[in-house]
Write a protein that binds this ligand. Sequence first.
Ligand SMILES: *Cc1c(COP(=O)(O)O)cnc(C)c1O
Length: 398
Amino acid sequence: MAMFSLHLPKTAARFGVRRTSVSANLVPPMEMWGQPLPEKIGSAPLDWRSLGFEYVPTKSHIRFAWKDGVWDSGHAFQDPYLPVHMLANVFHYGQALFEGFKGFHTKNGDVCTFADKLSWQRLSHGCRRFRMPEVPLEIWENAINETVRDNVSFIPPYGTNGSLYVRPFLFGSGPRLGVGPSTEYTFVVFVNPVGSYYQTDSGAMQALDGLVNDTYDRAAPLGCGDCKAAGNYAADLESMHAAKRLGYPISLYLDARERRYVEEFNTSNFVAITKDGRYVTPDAPRSVLDSNTNKVLQQLAVDLNLPVERRQIDFEKEVDSFAEVGAVGTAVVVTPIRSLTRGNQTWTFGEPKVLRELRDRVRAIQNGEVEDKHGWMRQIKLDDAPRDKTVLSVYPGL
Ligand SMILES: *Cc1c(COP(=O)(O)O)cnc(C)c1O
């Protein structure tokens, strides 16, 4: 009985659970539903090294409701379906914002989120722009802490290269026929274990060929491109699909007014390292999403004594000066861009040496392998007593 990749908890045997040899990400076998799993980091029966960026059912999520100007105290739920009124603003008038960051099991055994305060600030910015109530920092942090704690067995163990993706989202959930801000709001936090997306087994970074978008704009100059709004993603799908059909897995948007200045990739920021070693990234605070990863990388570039320039980037004038180009965001940190094509011209970039070094520094901080000088990591205490939770429904109970 030596060969199985399924990481079943030791106590599973006590419950008479049959151990089977399984290699893919899996939902616990039916016999295990309802069995109390020993709750410790990585004890969920998943193959940690084969995780991608796909939905994995976990134990619970947390929801807070806002009504008449106040937030309730939140409830944890196992059922992943939300009961939402059909007249909810989110379905008709699109009040929906989300966030995403990761939690890590670090080298010394702690569990920490990375830069979740920056996500909270960005969500608050979106709330003001979309006339939604802000989520107080205390609710934000408690919601994250409790969700992570309750799903501790789904935290990928240190050394597996995985992390616990945390997805908070907020939407207008109250019934109202006419246009206007919703009468009620729902704030949800769920977690999902993820692997290292777009990365090969050897840890090599997979480079992508990109297309410069000349048939779609991502964000109007004074629109809502600076908000992590669900609708911005819907608006990008057709253009993403069109680029993919032409063989480009990623596309780059230029400014909507002149289609001349670099803005960002579909769902990640644009960063270039120039041939003379400067870190350049667009400065377009009203139309480019303020990426937390980009902020972190800029700080680490400063630490490495690289000049950092946030400014307008004239694509055609400057593209030849770029040694490295990367698409940056939480999911992958840095995805190197091998080439960019516009019309019948293609520009090719070099090996991502500087970008790799910056990426490795971020990963080392996230893994707790080097000092977190800038205070991006926030520890979640796993042994805090869980407060009384109301589990209102169970589906499928893990
Ligand atoms: C989420 C997102 C990013 C990346 O932001 P991070 O905070 O680094 O994850 C970049 N661009 C867009 C449009 C996004 O939605």
